[in-house]
Design a protein around this ligand. Structure first.
Ligand SMILES: Cc1ncc(COP(=O)(O)O)c(C=O)c1O
Length: 453
């Protein structure tokens, strides 16, 4: 962090003035700081000379009622201001049209998920027919594993990252068992080398090559939730295919965050949730990608339901499942409209901002964070997220060797009006989201953190 605090702040404010996307910040609600921070605590974290008579600091402050610094969009994105109006619209259409809303609502419920496909396709890099919104992440992972994990006695293994998100581990473990295999034999994990925290790309490729005679599926996170490491999805997919296996990705932390070209990379399937960088709200319906080469394959095993059936024959109420020739062919139940409304409002903002501009800002914002954290590293914590821009997204993971110290820093940050989160063991995750975070947020966070350390 530059020694001259005034200069560092001026730099951040200048960047914010030049930011083409700065207007989006006011289109989100930030949680408000609930209490005044006592002077004694303020003195901990900032120079006393920075503190004004009302207890607010030159860097923005500690006053009750002010917006908190929100760096937790990797866990739950903020509420778009437009979300409330969108929910009211659906409630009004339901109230006034009742069943008629399926066809006559302003956003007809019959085709509601289809209205989200365009914006999502631009975010994950695919055609509209390859993407859909349904269920939730883990459910979608199970459903797509049923199609793409078709083990045989010779080819039955699943290769995953060690310490994958627990829900993914449970999904893989239970699917493997369901097919009659033993997890300790059928699940191959690729772990960081002894003394390292990141998985080396070459180790993933070597493991795929080593297991190629028995590998059925390679399932990776696009971006590891703990370390913030982005995996080379194009190379992993190509290697999986060379080995005769399918390639699937959990994009919970990648979607709306890092550049994705799922179609061009040839990924077989991907799943994600919509409540992190996509700001769809708690429990929002999740998303799924299925490659074009599979969506028209009616012979592909899957579980059917009427919403995935060809639309022209859906209401004939006849026998014989005819899957839609799109990713929607995997949906089963009536569209969960109320679980998609806030997502739709948020995707409108992504459309306005443009995913390329957002990612360009994100790279700068996180690089700025990284540069301010560098001088603070080495004592209590070190940043374990890769330094190269292409191997990380918005999130930086601060690893505290002393786990209790990390937990306490996270709690003190909260008391100072900063929301980050803590993941066992010892990581404070810090994720400035380009849609609503500013360079000044980053500056103020680092200023507070420096005081705490
Ligand atoms: C990487 C990752 N995978 C899976 C999940 C589980 O998602 P869901 O609860 O929507 O099934 C999460 C939730 O945070 C996650 O972060």
């Amino acid at each position: 962090m530059p020694q001259d605090i005034a200069q560092a702040l001026a730099y951040a404010q200048q960047k914010d003035r030049e930011d083409e996307l700065k207007g989006f910040r006011s289109r989100f609600y930030f949680p408000r700081f609930a209490r005044n921070t006592p002077q004694s605590e303020i003195a901990h974290s900032v120079q006393t000379s920075d503190v004004g008579p009302d207890g607010q600091t030159a860097t923005g402050g500690f006053r009750a009622g002010r917006d908190m610094i929100y760096f937790c969009g990797n866990s739950l994105g903020l509420q778009p201001v437009a979300a409330e109006g969108s929910v009211r619209q659906e409630l009004a259409d339901w109230r006034e049209l009742a069943i008629g809303g399926y066809w006559q609502a302003r956003n007809p419920w019959m085709t509601y998920p289809a209205s989200l496909r365009g914006p999502l396709a631009r975010i994950v890099g695919c055609g509209e027919e390859e993407v859909t919104v349904m269920n939730a992440l883990t459910v979608n992972l199970h459903l797509l594993m049923l199609s793409f994990y078709r083990p045989t006695p010779q080819r039955y293994k699943v290769l995953i990252e060690a310490k994958a998100f627990p829900s993914d581990q449970y999904a893989v473990e239970t699917q493997v068992r369901m097919h009659g295999f033993e997890p300790r034999d059928a699940i191959v994990e690729v772990a960081p080398r002894e003394g390292e925290m990141l998985v080396r790309e070459e180790d993933i490729l070597v493991a795929i090559e080593r297991e190629k005679g028995s590998l059925a599926l390679v399932l990776f996170g696009g971006l590891n939730y703990y370390t913030g490491q982005v995996f080379d999805m194009a190379r992993i997919t190509a290697a999986a295919h060379d080995a005769g296996a399918a390639a699937g990705f959990d994009l919970a932390h990648a979607v709306g965050n890092v550049p994705l070209r799922l179609h061009d990379w040839g990924v077989d399937f991907a799943v994600w949730c919509s409540y992190k960088y996509l700001n769809g709200g708690p429990g929002a319906a999740g998303g799924a990608f299925i490659h074009e080469r599979h969506v028209r394959d009616q012979s592909l095993a899957r579980l059917g339901g009427w919403w995935g059936n060809d639309e022209s024959s859906r209401f004939r109420m006849q026998k014989g499942f005819i899957p839609k020739p799109t990713a929607e062919g995997w949906s089963m139940s009536t569209a969960q409209v109320m679980n998609m409304v806030c997502l739709k409002a948020s995707l409108q903002l992504f459309e306005e901002a443009g995913i390329d501009r957002l990612q360009a800002k994100s790279r700068e914002l996180t690089a700025y964070l990284s540069s301010l954290l560098a001088p603070l590293e080495g004592g209590a914590f070190r940043v374990i997220t890769p330094v190269e821009a292409g191997r990380r997204g918005a999130q930086l993971s601060l690893f505290f060797e002393d786990r209790d110290k990390g937990k306490s820093v996270q709690e003190q940050l909260m008391e100072q009006g900063v929301i980050t989160d803590f993941r066992e063991p010892g990581v404070v995750r810090v994720a400035p989201a380009p849609l609503y975070n500013s360079f000044e947020d980053v500056y103020r966070f680092c200023h507070i953190l420096r005081g705490l350390l």
